[in-house]
Design a protein around this ligand. Structure first.
Ligand code: FAQ
Length: 314
């Protein structure tokens, strides 16, 4: 009992001092569970997030565009791998996490349940989806859990590059033929609102925010980060000479921020509950990829066992 109180006190002192909790440290069960939930959801998002863009690798308009897109999709796989490793430091195995995704017990980001209909969607995903991801993730570099914070440093650097390449795709299309420009505008029109939804429900309907902020897992609320993203995107849209599909979007001198129109939260929850345009397709694809990869996992395990046996014999 006395030891428990000392452990709680040490944990709280670390959080209060804005220092990092490391895997060896004692932590409350709920803190651990919250981190597993968020990091796993984040990792699954990176892996499922490879599908919408993977869809365009064979149809990229030039060799240069194809090479860049392939590198981006590979980066997302890498982000998934770092994040699964960060989650494993909390005592869950990668197999368990994969199982939870495949059985629908853990989530992935709503955004990856929308279809990629044209090449311009590669631009809109890079600019808006990676842009929103950066705004959300830069504060996580200061998350109270060390392995998650450190994983996020490299991830954010790569996401910044992704965002620029998306912007550059749209920049080229917006200055291209009339049809290319229309394609760019259509992609932005379709991806704008789902990108705003990425930040999660409004603060007064976000069950986890208050506790996650008290623990230093989240540094800003969902609405604060959403506003930061809108403020960043509006001038960038102007420089692209594209419009954002919101008639209520305007600068509010008093607030020092852009006002924006209401978000369709019914659409968000429909997608989160599994009934978005591509939820079933994404999960079927993920399940098939997992089954197809069984022989690779078996071969890797057999090779590792052989290496271990050699080491023991030596
Ligand atoms: N989608 O109480 P809150 C990327 C759920 S970026 C689905 O506010 P929390 C890069 C939430 O889980 C995308 N579900 O929850 C990339 C909870 O449900 P639960 C990934 C959502 O955790 C770019 C419930 O709603 N980024 O992959 C969503 O405090 C391009 C109540 O919500 C991250 O995961 C949503 N959008 O705040 C890859 C960032 N929002 O679990 C490829 C890290 C909320 O109780 C291509 N995560 N929910 O059943 C976070 O910052 C937080 O988890 C939030 C949600 C802000 C997403």
């Amino acid at each position: 009992m006395i030891a428990d109180a000392a452990l709680v006190e040490a944990f709280e002192a670390t959080i209060a001092a804005d220092e990092r909790i490391e895997p060896r440290d004692w932590m409350p069960d709920d803190y651990r569970a919250t981190l597993v939930r968020q990091i796993a959801q984040h990792a699954h998002s990176e892996i499922i997030g490879m599908q919408p863009e993977g869809n365009w690798i064979t149809r990229a308009p030039s060799l240069r565009r194809k090479a860049i897109l392939m590198a981006k999709v590979q980066d997302e796989a890498g982000h998934g791998a770092y994040l699964y490793s960060a989650a494993e430091t909390l005592g869950v195995s990668r197999d368990e996490l994969t199982e939870q995704l495949l059985t629908g017990r853990q989530k992935y980001s709503s955004i990856f349940n929308y279809p990629t209909l044209t090449w311009a969607d590669m631009g809109a995903i890079g600019w808006l989806v990676d842009g929103a991801a950066i705004v959300n993730q830069v504060p996580i570099t200061r998350c109270s859990y060390g392995p998650y914070a450190r994983a996020m440093v490299r991830i954010c650097k790569e996401e910044s590059f992704h965002q620029r390449q998306g912007f550059e795709i749209l920049h080229a299309l917006a200055r291209g033929t009339e049809a290319q420009r229309a394609m760019a505008q259509d992609a932005v029109d379709r991806w704008w609102w789902p990108s705003l939804m990425m930040f999660g429900p409004p603060d007064d309907e976000s069950p986890h925010s208050a506790q996650s902020m008290a623990w230093g897992i989240k540094r800003f609320s969902n609405d604060e980060l959403r506003q930061r993203f809108v403020d960043m995107a509006v001038p960038q849209a102007e420089s692209l000479t594209l419009t954002l599909p919101d008639a209520e979007l305007r600068w509010n001198e008093q607030r020092g921020h852009y006002d924006f129109g209401p978000i369709d939260w019914d659409e968000f929850w429909t997608v989160v509950k599994g009934n978005g345009p591509c939820n079933r397709q994404r999960m079927e694809h993920r399940r098939a990829a997992h089954a197809d990869g069984a022989w690779v996992r078996e071969a890797a395990a057999a090779y590792a066992a052989k290496q271990d046996a050699r080491r023991v014999a030596a």
